[in-house]
Design a binder for this molecule. Structure first.
Ligand SMILES: [Fe+2]
Length: 257
């Protein structure tokens, strides 16, 4: 279990443990330092892209662009804010976040778009959702659904959870790595969660390519070895490289050594 998972698991225990502070704030603190980001325990102990979860049966494509979902419902006000990072702890702007959830009574709107909406991270990689606390429905603990997609990257489909929920112990897909940090405030609940997308990032200047001996125009044969982003990779299948097939992106072609 990674350090972040341990922190999240501690949050699941209850409010006293939550006072220790979540893993959620750590990466953004680093990002706000203004210095080139060096690997930190938070970032390089295997942690951990935000894990995927099932989409479930209630996703509707084509949600409206809006960061507030409260317009046509009622319930306990909930804000969820955070940042989207890559594996290098650098924030990612223009990330699409598409949220959907049950209303306060535990019902999904499967005809229209109540409690459905998408937004994009701003230049600092931040997002903020304003909504109501979702209600419970049979078989599940309390949760939000979200799809997260950086520009030209695969979609991460996952769910976010609330600490201290009794059903967290019995919901078979509940994952403590997906617990929000939730506090009372703002006339309701204030949740925070930082997503870590499985995207390699360079170590220093965010605009600097990762570099290495890998070339986007070379032919590679099985057994060839290259470096990329500070790591060494062995070619598994012969291929002609192309942009987008950087070794971290194509595990079928490259094995990290
Ligand atoms: Fe659901």
């Amino acid at each position: 279990m990674s350090r972040k998972s341990v922190l999240k698991a501690a949050l699941a225990v209850g409010p006293a443990a939550a006072l220790l502070g979540g893993g959620t704030a750590l990466a953004r603190d680093k990002a706000a330092s203004g210095r080139p980001l060096t690997p930190t325990p938070y970032c390089d102990d295997g942690d951990d892209p935000t894990p995927p979860q099932t989409e479930g049966p209630y996703f509707t494509p084509g949600s409206p662009r809006r960061s507030s979902l409260t317009g046509s419902g009622s319930g306990t006000l909930l804000t969820v804010s955070g940042y989207v990072f890559g594996l290098g702890c650098q924030v990612i702007p223009d990330v699409l976040l598409d949220f959907w959830q049950a209303d306060a009574q535990g019902a999904y709107d499967n005809i229209g778009y109540r409690y459905r909406g998408h937004q994009y991270t701003d230049a600092s990689g931040a997002f903020k959702l304003t909504t109501h606390v979702p209600g419970l429905y049979p078989g599940r603990t309390r949760h939000l659904h979200v799809k997260v997609q950086a520009p030209n990257r695969p979609v991460l489909t996952t769910q976010l959870y609330f600490p201290g929920e009794p059903r967290n112990n019995t919901d078979t897909i509940f994952d403590p790595a997906l617990l929000m940090d939730v506090r009372d405030g703002g006339g309701g609940k204030q949740g925070s969660f930082d997503f870590v997308l499985n995207i390699q990032q360079g170590g220093g200047d965010p605009g600097e390519p990762p570099g290495g001996t890998w070339s986007a125009s070379a032919d590679y044969r099985p057994g060839d070895r290259v470096t990329y982003g500070g790591a060494e990779y062995e070619c598994l299948q012969g291929h002609q490289a192309t942009t987008g097939w950087e070794p971290p992106n194509v595990p079928a072609l490259w094995r990290r050594l």
